[in-house]
Design a protein. Structure first.
Length: 315
């Protein structure tokens, strides 16, 4: 649901600076445990633990207040109901749910590790953050008119947390980064505001969303030539969507041209910022905070229309 996309953005804007501050303040000592350029303390820092817990509690309370007093303000309260939106927006919305949950779990896990919490505990308390924070939002959706509790949203939220936890248990690292890129689509103008305008288009125009799984080439084909930070990325997107399940013919009385909805599968190169080695603590902090950023690169697109396209620069 769109509400979850908005809440994801609100939380991420606050969580990322917290994450970066924890990394920035982290002392580098020989006794620390190193991981992907980070240094984890070998003892618990109670102050940091309380800072992380307090920030998360404040974010959760703030999110719930926003939903109750702003988002659902003009919506009628109804008996709990379900809503099957699994086919909506060619599932691009579901990839967005996975992304939001992945971000929250990734940041929650690393924030606790930077506070000296042991790996297993950090995984279960921080790595599950995505599903824990998103579940109340899904429940609220089920209690208001025009919304509804979505099992597919829940599955996507769980997948985001599982992607963080599973990789740590399997490889002891995040080999596969889940990333997002956005480029405003040409459909927004014809949609007469339905896909948003200005900054709001980021949240409403699913045609501009691409979600990526990015993995180091050296992890796939080990070699001594390519740098560890060079990745190959597989992306998914949708196009031609002006409506959740089918396209609108008009919006506020303005006719909308007919568009064909289709899926896009993209292959591209990428950079794993966390693998770039630097002696600068400032740059290391910046790079760690950019873990979810997909760098524009040339790409090859395969789509459900049977077409193969090349892009000099895809974002």
């Amino acid at each position: 649901m769109m509400s979850c996309v908005v809440i994801h953005s609100m939380r991420f804007k606050i969580l990322l600076p917290l994450f970066c501050l924890l990394l920035r303040a982290h002392p580098l000592s020989a006794q620390d445990t190193a991981y992907a350029g980070l240094r984890y303390p070998d003892s618990l820092n109670t102050g940091r633990v309380w800072a992380v817990a307090g920030t998360e509690a404040a974010l959760w309370a703030g999110s719930m207040a926003y939903l109750q007093f702003v988002w659902y303000k003009d919506k009628k309260r109804v008996p709990f109901e379900f809503y099957d939106d699994s086919r909506g927006y060619l599932q691009v919305d579901k990839f967005g749910h996975v992304f939001g949950s992945y971000l929250e779990s990734y940041i929650g896990y690393h924030a606790l590790r930077c506070a000296g919490v042991p790996k297993r505990k950090a995984l279960w308390y921080g790595g599950t953050l995505g599903i824990l924070l998103q579940t109340p939002i899904e429940v609220w959706d089920g209690m208001y008119e025009d919304w509804g509790f979505s099992w597919s949203d829940m599955a996507a939220n769980a997948a985001g947390s599982a992607l963080v936890i599973g990789q740590e248990l399997l490889w002891d690292e995040q080999r596969i980064k889940y990333k997002f890129s956005f480029s405003p689509s040409p459909y927004a103008k014809a949609a007469n505001g339905y896909l948003g305008t200005g900054f709001g288009q980021l949240f409403n125009d699913y045609n501009g969303h691409t979600y990526w799984l990015s993995m180091g080439i050296n992890k796939i084909v080990p070699n001594r030539i390519l740098p560890d930070w060079l990745n190959i990325a597989a992306g998914y997107s949708g196009n031609g969507m002006i409506g959740e399940f089918e396209n609108l013919k008009s919006y506020y009385g303005v006719p909308i041209p007919p568009y064909t909805r289709y899926r896009q599968y993209v292959l591209s190169l990428d950079v794993d910022w966390t693998k770039i080695k630097t002696r600068s603590r400032f740059l290391r902090t910046i790079f760690q905070g950019m873990f979810m950023v997909k760098l524009p690169f040339p790409a090859i697109e395969f789509n459900s229309l049977g077409q193969v396209k090349g892009h000099w620069l895809y974002y």
